[in-house]
Design a protein around this ligand. Sequence first.
Ligand code: PMP
Length: 398
Amino acid sequence: MEITSEKLSTAAQTASDKGLYLDYNATTPVDPQVFTAMEPYFKEFFGNPASVGHHWGWAAENGVQKARMQVASFIGAKSSEITFTSSATESNNWVIFGLLSKLREENPNQPIHFITSCVEHSSVIKAMLAAEKQGVEVDFLPVNKYGQVEIETLRQAIKPHTKLISLIWVNNEIGSINPILEIAQLAKEKQIYLHTDATQAIGKLKVDVTGMGIDLMSFSAHKMYGPKGSAALYIRGKDPKVVLNPLIYGGGQEKGLRSGTLNVPAIVGLGVASELCKNGLDSEIARMTSLRNLLWSKLQAAIPGLRLNGHPMERSPINLNITLPGIKVESLTAKIQKLGISTGSACSSGSMTISHVLKGIGLSPEEAQCTFRISLGRWTTEEDIQRAVDILSGAIPT
Ligand code: PMP
């Protein structure tokens, strides 16, 4: 069966017959325009961009370079500062281990201190824990009740040998926004590299790495209507020039920084997804914010006693993280099957341990079990908001 862009564009329609997807923080569908742009790179432009001797290679290389420009222009960077990776997970790991390896190479005996927070994505937390085992001193900063790092907490944690601050920009569970501009100013003042995991910020907030003073930034296509398996790391090229050792060695692709034959269709998809996000950003932020506010007010009216987790204002325009009054989300599962929301906060990776993010903002294990995340996206409508409210309020025992 041939999957055409027409078929894809009806996917949202078909899905809405089956149910209502409101889990855009987890992943987004591929935009039909992205899919259409990727398609030729599976067919006629299937060449290896490293094949410099023929048309097939050049065509693929052109696709990659165009995507690099589209991504760079979206985030206020230069093309030379973008390296393609397979996932934000890889980008985050690369920052931590690539910098560690470089620092050790330069001076094997120097003490190294990294700062992160207790509410990061697991790809930062677990990489930092692994770095700790390799002798790095790591501070996992506490956060305020909204899940944000306070600038004074960060200032006090800085040591003479702090080399990296890695903080999430927008939290994937509770949606709170960290004060990245102030954090970047402090990092610059102290001459420490700042890395931000912007996976949930990109396409939802204005991002300008150069203007904001960010040194390293991870992000992933599948959170912004691009394909899975495609992501990037922004590495500042000057003032200061940041140098990481590779995480993956091999054929020397991506200027020797990240070997492996490039996933050309997925890279092209990331490029077009970036351009689409850039063009519609202001109106999309306004539309999402208004739909999110509508959802929250309707939910509060329909279900008394709801509590919003994360910051009430400084939060992702697409995210609501809500604790029900003493009602375990698990008990609603059968009744909310048509609603694609995230109910996994109390049970990550199949284990019954409370989410580290909810724990970080002070929720008890019982409260975590009563908590769910609902996140909106490009195809969410006002009718969807009403439908979500009806499904959720209809599921609450009276
Ligand atoms: N960081 C954040 C904040 C995320 O939300 C995610 C995806 N859940 C990741 C990193 C990992 O992204 P990827 O799926 O591309 O590895």
